[in-house]
Design a protein around this ligand. Structure first.
Ligand code: NIG
Ligand code: FE
Length: 425
């Protein structure tokens, strides 16, 4: 078999070897590092992973691109399973409010926060939303992200929710990053329904979910289950309705108050429960029993600046599979920098670098149901690969705040070189 690309002499090749399922407890530390690693790619696929030299059955010729991986760390493409990628506007105006002590929920209650992005998104054209999200995807790609999940939820009316999801769909087709869509019509209660949230829940269930399903615009459905937003019962009804239309449930759970979100995610056997800063011990235990993935978002916690973070150590101890995401959005987490998230996960959530890499590769692949194709460097998987200009994984975490990416391969094609995207794809 002929190799199109070979990366050799790799200082640390992080394979994530092991089964294509969520890794828990001690498994999260076993990331299958090969020193002096080598890998070969043919077309869109990885065809060989090993140590030292290529075996005889892999051929190379003058067209084979050979990359010297000495001094480099090579990992699976990073996967970001929780973003609010497509939206209009920005919210730097909230910075002063925050510094004056106003809380995230107070800003929202005053008609700002998510609701101000809803207005900006309703007023933005398809092209404006597309261009803005495309720019963010380019940035994400440069940080090593090759697959993202993207939620709607800044429309809160059918046309704008569909507009957001159609933008995500077109980006998935045109941008090198794979974009996996989630319908999140239940992200906030629109001002018009402030005194009648139930009516809005009915619109989501009766009008929005069937429309989104009919156009096949989303694989998942998410709800912001939080004190003052959607109740546990409303979340349950929305997610059950979505499941009947083929969308798998995920939940914004216990972000600010302990609200029973983790318990509900376990009851529904949701794919993931996200945030979980205020999750109860019982909630975490039953998530472990049901195998619900905890998508933790430490950049959001950092940026909410209230000093509260998810208890990742306890979750890992209990056997909850942990993934990590940027939660990229214009309010609580305006950053595409997943490497900063990895730093926070390590230094604040006290996850080891090995656990962090598990959380941004195979566990996040599982969280978006892509574990059979991506999330590890293994023969037969897609050639989504990152080359970090760092001699080992610890260095990537330790030298923080900068971008360590040298090259990114997506589907076997070079899409980032010397840390920069190659422009038009
Ligand atoms: O995951 N908490 C709800 N949703 C987003 C924030 C959205 C926003 O502030 O615009 C989150 O943090
Ligand atoms: Fe979010």
């Amino acid at each position: 078999m002929k190799a199109d690309i070979v990366i050799k002499n790799i200082s640390q090749l992080v394979t994530m070897e092991g089964p294509d399922r969520p890794r828990i407890k001690e498994e999260m530390k076993n990331i299958g590092i090969i020193e002096n690693g080598i890998l070969a790619v043919s077309g869109e696929e990885i065809i060989y992973v090993g140590e030292g030299e290529l075996p005889r059955h892999i051929d190379i010729d003058e067209r084979t691109i050979i990359i010297d991986g000495s001094g480099k760390t090579v990992t699976p493409g990073l996967i970001d399973p929780h973003t609010h990628l497509v939206h209009g506007g920005s919210r730097e105006n909230e910075l002063a409010m925050k510094l004056n002590g106003m809380k995230y929920m107070d800003i929202l209650r005053a008609g700002g926060g998510i609701l101000s992005t809803v207005r900006a998104t309703q007023n933005a054209s398809f092209e404006e939303l597309y261009k803005k999200a495309e720019k963010s995807l380019d940035t994400m790609l440069e940080f090593g992200i090759t697959t993202v999940e993207a939620k709607s939820g800044y429309g809160l009316n059918i046309e704008t929710e569909l507009k957001q999801l159609r933008v995500a769909k077109e980006l998935n087709e045109k941008h090198p990053i794979d974009v996996v869509s989630t319908f999140m019509g239940a992200h906030a209660v629109p001002i018009e329904y402030k005194s009648n949230a139930e009516e809005f829940v009915e619109i989501i269930i009766k009008d929005m979910i069937p429309r989104v399903a009919e156009e096949k615009l989303a694989e998942f459905c998410d709800v912001f289950c939080e004190e003052g937003i959607f109740t546990v019962d409303q979340t349950r009804r929305i997610l059950n309705a979505a499941r009947k239309h083929g969308m798998l449930p995920r939940v914004h759970a216990d972000e600010i108050e302990p609200f029973g979100g983790a318990e509900l995610a376990a009851e529904l056997e949701a794919v993931s429960a996200d945030h979980l800063v205020a999750a109860s011990e019982t909630g975490m235990k039953i998530m472990a029993e049901k195998g619900v993935i905890a998508d933790l978002l430490p950049a959001t916690s950092f940026n909410l600046a209230n000093g509260k973070f998810a208890n990742a150590r306890r979750m890992i101890e209990l056997g909850v599979p942990v993934a990590l995401s940027t939660d990229y959005n214009p309010g609580s987490s305006p950053t595409e920098n997943i490497q900063l998230v990895m730093y926070f996960a390590s230094l604040i959530l006290r996850m080891t670098p090995e656990e962090v890499f598990t959380a941004v590769t195979i566990n996040s692949a599982c969280s978006i149901k892509r574990e059979n194709n991506i999330g590890s460097i293994k023969k037969g998987k897609k050639a989504d690969i990152v080359v970090f200009d760092s001699p080992n994984i610890n260095y990537i975490i330790y030298h923080f705040g900068i971008n360590h990416v040298d090259m990114v391969f997506k589907n076997g094609k070079i899409v980032v070189e010397k840390g920069r995207t190659k422009g038009t794809f």
